[in-house]
Design a protein around this ligand. Structure first.
Ligand SMILES: NC(=O)c1ccc[n+]([C@@H]2O[C@H](COP(=O)([O-])OP(=O)(O)OC[C@H]3O[C@@H](n4cnc5c(N)ncnc54)[C@H](O)[C@@H]3O)[C@@H](O)[C@H]2O)c1
Ligand SMILES: [Zn+2]
Ligand SMILES: [Zn+2]
Length: 368
């Protein structure tokens, strides 16, 4: 057993340093994880570019998975009640604070916790091993985590973005508008939009329109379940695109739209793509991408749109996500194709550059 662990520390925007720290003693309520790999998220890209959350110095990486190498004697089961022991593979979920209004009064919605912790998004502290861009990670008391032994590493690295999509679709279902024959439009074909399509397809929804400006992403959208694709850059203006979308949806517009971009202009357009009586799920504005305009008369009041927001996921979404990943493979959706690039920990800078330049889909860091 090694006594030290290497981590990729983002010391300031644009600059990683590989550092080595002593592996701490594990208490009765902690676990030590040997990290195997971790996806790079858009949030990591934002942190890398300009540290909007003020976390530096920080060990990033929250879409990771690894193997339990030490386990405190008080930990017997995961957050779903499945036994865990040394040698099992796990993924972590959120660390709810347990004290805020959401934690106390709406325990099924701990995603709304005011001080929700996530591994890979803690500023550096005396533990140091706080994120998955590292050889080892310490799992603290009161964390939520799941035994995913049996899933391959690519699947395990996709659990977190898949959970975002599962949660978004669960939120959309609360509108009562999603049936197997609903016409759904997904705006934005990054990892999140593509996962949303795969979740919809897995639910049996077959009428899925994908919208993006990148042809290779639109090709992948077809593999994830989209039945029609539109490249907005091939239209003279938004009205020309809207006319095409209407033609594809009985002249009415989509019954439901998932907004999966962080772009303000796309947000304004999303409302116009929804038909009267339809719905919209807002997933894309996880970061503050600025204000956007809608016309409250035409876009909302007159159409009686039912809109929901979707904010990450709760631990309850994880078991659904595992079943989604299994079933998606079962119906032949090549989910693992979303992992397009793999880098070593020493090449983390290149991994982040690949992510921010939007090359490929899901970039991963693999720990030997
Ligand atoms: N709600 C949440 O909990 C949550 C969680 C994770 C990520 N997100 C957010 O979801 C968004 C998508 O994440 P991602 O990793 O897929 O990002 P991404 O940047 O890889 O994908 C966004 C896609 O939108 C496309 N796009 C840009 N403008 C468009 C337009 N006008 N019309 C159609 N498509 C357009 C881009 O070409 C790109 O393919 C991000 O903004 C991210 O911050 C939300
Ligand atoms: Zn993420
Ligand atoms: Zn809380």
């Amino acid at each position: 057993m090694k006594e030290t662990a290497k981590v990729a520390m983002l010391v300031k925007p644009g600059e990683f340093e590989l550092k080595e720290f002593a592996i701490p003693q594990i208490s009765d309520d902690q676990m030590l994880i040997k990290v195997e790999g971790c996806g790079v998220c858009g949030t990591d890209g934002h942190e890398y570019k300009r540290d909007p959350f003020g976390l530096c110095p920080v060990v990033l990486g929250h879409e990771g998975s690894g193997e339990i190498v030490k386990i405190g004697k008080n930990i017997k089961v995961d957050s779903a009640g499945i036994p865990v022991s040394v040698g099992d593979k796990i993924v972590t979920c959120v660390i709810p604070c347990g004290e805020c209004n959401a934690c106390r009064n709406t325990p099924a919605r701990t995603n709304l916790c005011e001080k929700c912790g996530v591994y890979g998004l803690f500023p550096d502290d005396e533990i140091h091993l706080n994120g998955y861009f590292a050889e080892y990670m310490v799992v603290r008391p009161n964390s939520t985590f799941f035994n995913v032994t049996g899933m391959n590493l690519d699947q395990r690295m996709l659990v977190e973005p898949a959970a975002v999509a599962v949660h978004a679709v669960e939120r959309a279902k609360t509108t009562g508008l999603l049936r197997f024959n609903t016409s759904v439009l997904v705006q934005g074909c990054g990892p999140i939009g593509l996962m949303v399509m795969a979740v919809l397809r897995t639910l049996g929804i077959e009428n899925i329109i994908a919208l993006d400006g990148n042809d290779s992403r639109l090709e992948l959208a077809k593999e994830m379940g989209a039945t029609q694709t539109f490249n907005f850059t091939s239209y003279a203006d938004f009205n020309a695109l809207l006319a095409e979308v209407k033609t594809a949806t009985a002249g009415l517009g989509a019954e439901f739209v998932f907004q999966c971009t962080g772009v303000a202009k796309a947000e304004s357009n999303a409302w116009k793509l929804v038909r009267r009586g339809g719905g919209l799920c807002e997933v894309g504005f996880f970061m503050d991408g600025g204000e956007c305009s809608i016309n409250p008369h035409y876009d909302l009041c007159n159409k009686e749109i039912t809109a929901v927001g979707s904010w990450v996921y709760s631990p309850q979404d994880y078991p659904i996500t595992f079943d989604f990943l299994k079933r998606a493979s079962g119906i032949g959706l090549p989910i693992e194709k979303l992992v397009t690039h793999k880098f070593k920990l020493a090449d983390i800078q290149e991994a982040l550059e690949t992510n921010v330049q939007m090359k490929g889909i899901k970039v991963a860091v693999i720990i030997d």
